[in-house]
Ligand binder design. Structure first.
Ligand SMILES: Nc1ncnc2c1ncn2[C@@H]1O[C@H](COP(=O)(O)OP(=O)(O)OP(=O)(O)O)[C@@H](O)[C@H]1O
Ligand SMILES: [Mg+2]
Length: 312
């Protein structure tokens, strides 16, 4: 045990001795320990959800939030059984992060998980962007926005690059779309979940446009850029899904390439997971060409991406 922890424990003992009534409070483990603890075995549903989340590389914050929501729903059921209030909370979310950090991927998964958890009745994802919400004449925008919300009822309305609604100033119809969204996310907040996604800096600017906006998103999740190790994990995951793998040399070169890229590109122009996906898809096509020209289709070779196949 570290020195500092010893000190902390000593301090707690002092408190307990000097004030018996506080004994309980000092014994409560900190938040992190709650989350690290093993979940009781009968929560099969949660175990299954955890399994699905495990497919995602990183995303620790998101995984924690989903588990908390599961716990909150479960405990609410128990409260209801004992005649206590069990209020529904709005679960609208804001996802902030650079391109390719997994925002759309997670939104889609959340839809599925929330269906399992009975938070949503359908769990589908309606993806929209500015052009799907903003109309061309007065009244058109509100209508279009309402129609989209209607489609999303029972599921998730995911608006990508949401900050673009705020661009164009006062006269722009984007503002009307925001106002309509704000109204409906309040009135029908048990019926659908609104997720706004976009790059961090722009989303902060967007929130400042409507004073009511910030408080309506109780869940704000940051999607950090992936490290090279995480990008390599994503690469092998994508390859495995497609029944391919890198040769040792290709793996080394791919990693080296990512290391160089991360040093050169600004975070906003590097598209993280999407870059890896695109590179792998291109490399798979180039491997196919190589095999075709050699006219040899050995089973192992069919599954191997070699360094000469790598395309970025
Ligand atoms: N954590 C992850 N685990 C596995 N694959 C991932 C992960 N994050 C991203 N990917 C892969 O990267 C690709 C891009 O991810 P996604 O489309 O979710 O990013 P995004 O944040 O929505 O990007 P953008 O902001 O540009 O729309 C996906 O096709 C997915 O395969
Ligand atoms: Mg996306």
């Amino acid at each position: 045990m570290s020195d500092s922890k010893n000190k902390r424990n000593n301090a707690q003992i002092n408190i307990v001795i000097s004030n018996q009534k506080r004994k309980k409070i000092t014994k409560e483990p900190p938040m992190q320990e709650h989350l690290a603890q093993e979940i009781p075995g009968h929560h099969q549903e949660l175990k299954q959800i955890e399994k699905e989340l495990d497919v995602l590389i990183g995303m620790e914050e998101m995984k924690k939030i989903i588990k908390q929501i599961y716990a909150w729903i479960y405990v609410n059921k128990k409260r209801e059984e004992q005649g206590l209030k069990a209020e529904k909370q709005a679960l609208h979310m804001m996802f902030k992060g650079n391109p390719g950090t997994g925002k759309t991927t997670v939104a889609r998964l959340i839809g599925k998980l929330f269906l399992k958890m009975n938070v949503l009745s359908k769990g589908h994802l309606i993806e929209a962007e500015r052009a799907d919400l903003v109309g061309e004449y007065i009244g058109h925008t509100a209508q279009k926005t309402r129609d989209l919300i209607k489609k999303a009822i029972g599921g998730i309305l995911f608006i990508d690059e949401a900050y673009s609604l705020g661009r164009g100033g006062e006269k722009d119809f984007g503002k009307e779309a925001i106002d309509t969204l704000v109204k409906h996310m309040e009135d029908r907040h048990h019926e659908f979940i609104l997720i706004l996604a976009g790059y961090s800096a722009e989303m902060v600017e967007f929130l400042s446009l409507n004073p009511g906006l910030h408080s309506r998103f109780p869940i704000v999740v940051d999607f950090p850029d992936y490290t090279v190790d995480q990008l390599m994990d994503i690469a092998s995951l994508l390859l495995k899904e497609k029944e391919y793998q890198f040769s040792k040399e290709a793996e080394k070169q791919f990693e080296q390439h990512l290391l160089e890229l991360k040093n050169v590109w600004s975070p906003i122009s590097f598209s993280n997971g999407r870059y890896v996906r695109n590179a792998i898809e291109k490399s798979i096509r180039s491997q196919a060409m190589r095999l075709l020209l050699s006219d040899m289709y050995d089973k192992k070779e069919l599954q191997t991406i070699r360094s000469q196949d790598l395309q970025f």
